[in-house]
Structure formats: structure tokens, C-alpha cells
Design a protein around this ligand. Structure first.
Ligand SMILES: C[S@@+](CC[C@H](N)C(=O)[O-])C[C@H]1O[C@@H](n2cnc3c(N)ncnc32)[C@H](O)[C@@H]1O
Length: 225
């Protein structure tokens, strides 16, 4: 397996101490979660949407709406085991695949041995990466897990260059009892945002596409020029 080009670490532990992680985020720091994640991911959208939703269907939707091009620089925000990073590398993009979990990044590097991917350990609520450094950003459900989704979205908007694409897949608020339970800090601390709230966190961006199956939404935003 070729070695990854770089593995950088910008996890600011002092900042992390001031901003404790959710239980869901902490569960991703455990090696067994990382070992099982790809298997869960392959089936999760079928369970969550209530219809056949293989990874290839999600990849096809992403490629059709976002059209990543060779040479573009993309960020995969909360890559876990590298699903979107792999699609982007396959499209010829330069990819920064970021996550705050070392075991997830280790599993991703094994699963996606692509030299075009830089694996980056960081908390994307405050990454320290240069402003406007990406043509596109993918977010596969990280919005549901991050501790402060407002800070997370503000940071992604900061990192997106004018005219750039932001792709979000997340579970929307349904008001159901299961979501209410999983939102409690002791049971995960997950967030299930309302799409209108998400749009308000991205004032420099326009939502160009939205498609929803059950509680799962896919949204494409474009940053103004
Ligand atoms: C639901 S999983 C993402 C799945 C992946 N994007 C995909 O499409 O298969 C959430 C991932 O985001 C990471 N994560 C959560 N909050 C984060 C943050 N603030 N910064 C960086 N990574 C984060 C977790 O460690 C976890 O691996």
C-alpha cells in the first residue's frame, strides 16, 4: 500500500479542552468504532431512508450535482473511513480528508490508499487552515455529530473559496422521540438541524439543490463570488 503523502496534525488540544466533545464524537475515538464504521456506513442510508440506498447511489447523486473536476482541491470534513475522500480522489481531485479521530483516519488510510489524499487530524470547528483554500467541501453527516454545528458551518464557509461548492448530507430534525433522546448529552449529544437553520448559518452561500428521503437530506450550496 503506498504511504499517504502527509499526515498532518492540527488538533489543538488546549482548544479541545475548552470545547469538550460530544459523546458521539468521543465514541469515534475508539478503535472498535472505526473498525465497524465502514460496514455501518454501507447500510446506514438504506435503514435511515427506508429504501434501497447503496453507497453507489449516494456517490452518483454527489457526482451529478457537484461535478468534482481533476485538479480541484476538496476538503472531506469528518471523513471517518474516507467514503467521500475516495470518490474525490477517483475524480482526480486533490483531497484533504480531516477528522478528529486518529483510529478513523488510520482505518480510512487503509481503505483509501490514494496518494492524492492528505489525512488531517483536526477539529473542524476551528481548523486553522487558510481562508478560501478549497474549491469544494463534502460533509457526510458530521453536522449531526459535531459539538457546535454553528461554529462548524462558519468554519467551512470560511474555508470555501468564492464560487466553491459545499455538499451536505445530514439527518434533519423530525421532532420524534428517538432524536430527542439522542440529542441528550448523556445519550450522544447529537444535533438534528432544521434545513432553514443550516441555511442561516451560511449567509455567504446559496442553496442550489436539496433532495430528501425520510429524515436524510442532501444539499448543495455554492459560495457567492
Ligand atoms: C457520521 S461520521 C462521518 C461519516 C463520513 N463523512 C462519511 O460520509 O462516511 C462523523 C465523523 O466526523 C468526525 N467529527 C465529528 N466532529 C468533528 C469535528 N468537529 N471535526 C472533525 N471531525 C469531526 C467524527 O470523528 C466521525 O469520524
Amino acid at each position: 500500500m503506498p504511504a499517504p503523502r502527509h499526515t498532518k496534525e492540527t488538533l489543538n488540544l488546549a482548544a479541545g479542552a475548552a470545547r469538550p466533545l460530544t459523546l458521539a464524537q468521543r465514541s469515534n475515538l475508539l478503535a472498535p468504532t472505526a473498525w465497524g464504521y465502514a460496514a455501518w456506513r454501507a447500510r446506514s442510508l438504506t435503514w435511515l431512508t427506508g429504501q434501497p440506498f447503496a453507497l453507489e447511489r449516494e456517490a452518483t447523486l454527489f457526482r451529478a450535482l457537484c461535478r468534482p473536476r481533476p485538479g480541484e482541491r476538496w476538503l472531506d470534513a469528518g471523513t471517518s473511513t474516507g467514503f467521500y475522500a475516495g470518490i474525490l480522489a477517483g475524480a482526480g481531485c486533490e483531497v484533504v480528508a480531516a477528522d478528529l479521530s486518529p483510529p478513523m483516519l488510520a482505518a480510512a488510510r487503509r481503505r483509501v490508499p490514494e496518494p492524492a489524499v492528505d489525512w488531517l487530524l483536526t477539529n473542524l470547528e476551528a481548523s486553522g487552515l487558510p481562508v478560501a483554500s478549497f474549491s469544494g467541501i463534502t460533509v457526510g453527516a458530521t453536522l449531526n455529530e459535531t459539538r457546535a454545528p454553528d461554529r462548524f458551518l462558519a468554519e467551512l464557509q470560511r474555508l470555501l473559496r468564492p464560487g466553491g461548492t459545499l455538499w451536505l448530507m445530514y439527518l434533519v430534525r423530525t421532532g420524534g422521540p428517538l432524536q430527542a433522546a439522542l440529542s441528550r448529552p448523556a445519550l450522544g449529544g447529537l444535533t438534528f438541524p432544521d434545513p432553514a437553520w443550516v441555511a442561516r448559518q451560511l449567509p455567504a452561500c446559496t442553496r442550489t439543490h436539496a433532495a430528501r428521503w425520510g429524515a436524510v437530506t442532501f444539499e448543495r450550496y455554492e459560495r457567492g463570488r
